[in-house]
Write a protein of this length. Sequence first.
Length: 420
Amino acid sequence: MLLACFLLVLILALSQPAHAETSKKAIVTTAVLNVRTGPATSYERIGTVTENTVLPVLAEQNGWVQVRLLDGRSAWVCGDYVNVIDASPSLKARVTADVLNVRTGPSTNYDRIGTVTLGTVLPVYYNVGEWLLVDLPDGRSGWISGTYAKIEYPGHVAEGRQVVVDVDALNIHSGPALHHPVIAVVPRRTVADIVTEQDGWLQIKLSSGLVGWVAGQNVSVKPSESGEGGGIDPSAPLFGKVIVVDPGHGGTSTGAIGFSGLLEKHVVLDISLRLAAKLSDAGANVIMTRKGDWTVSLESREIVANSANADLFVSIHANAHINPLIGGTETYYYKGKAASSASYRAAAQIQSELVKALGLRNIGVKHGNFHVIRETNMPAVLAEIAFLSNPAEEALLKTADFREAAARAIFAGILNYFRY
């Protein structure tokens, strides 16, 4: 009898369908994320995963995502705190260094989980600035520096054909449809090589090496003027501009801390990296005061900008107030220096785009006696995206969509500043 029961249980267990991985991956977008046994906060917490951890997606249900943990277990995470991406890469990266470190996140600040050697070819799923999310030969996912890898494109660039962007700001998508994520934004008159065409969409290659898809209705097609690859028209608004992007705080300076423990230094670094990538693709020379979670003094930030003789300095922050009901967006400039008029114009453009994109209370453009915008010689602004001390706005700041919207809005404001 006992043997029969055991066999019945075994048969039932074997008959249960296994959790098959989908063609998606989930990237954790918050500092620490709880993992649970089921798709709700009422289920038992069985562990945590940290920011930028990449996990295979098993299923999605009511705003929750079932993932495969690094130890092989399946678990559920709240979809608000992960960025789910299509895991069907169209690009590959060939390692160009003798030995290249692979890390758990997109900066040298993250733990090293292995190495790859010269000539190794890896599928590329996603990028944050110069960092590439790749699959390793052993099946794990990790991040490598794109500085030491060469992107290999599917097929060949369509000979003799380029696009010229016809709209003020054109979204570049990861695939040939609007539902695919936006991976870059480029300004009017950007020139890029055509790789291939599909259903009214064009796959293009930018001079930075980025490959993505654009809607054909927003570009003009022309014969290629050279075989050197696409680029930015020298008359484009951001071409050659030196722009310093300053993620506030970092290292021992956490900045504001939200009710759930979200740190300002992490939020603003993510937004800044997204912004830097967009500016670079638009032809700007971008300098970041920090690219990871390390301490940078106010004086050092000023020196970086002044030494580079930058055209614009943009400092990115998240706000806080003792009253948790206070919320909104504001942008500061310093009115007591030679570049104060230009600083105000830049702040006004950025504030306008942030309010439009984020939909938060418009606190306005204000004078602020902050070191980094006071001591820099060039036009300088400091943007306070939203309030970490406001629980509703903290929840927004945790999401990749909100951070991306903020980065795109600041980019649009900068574009307008240099255009007008």
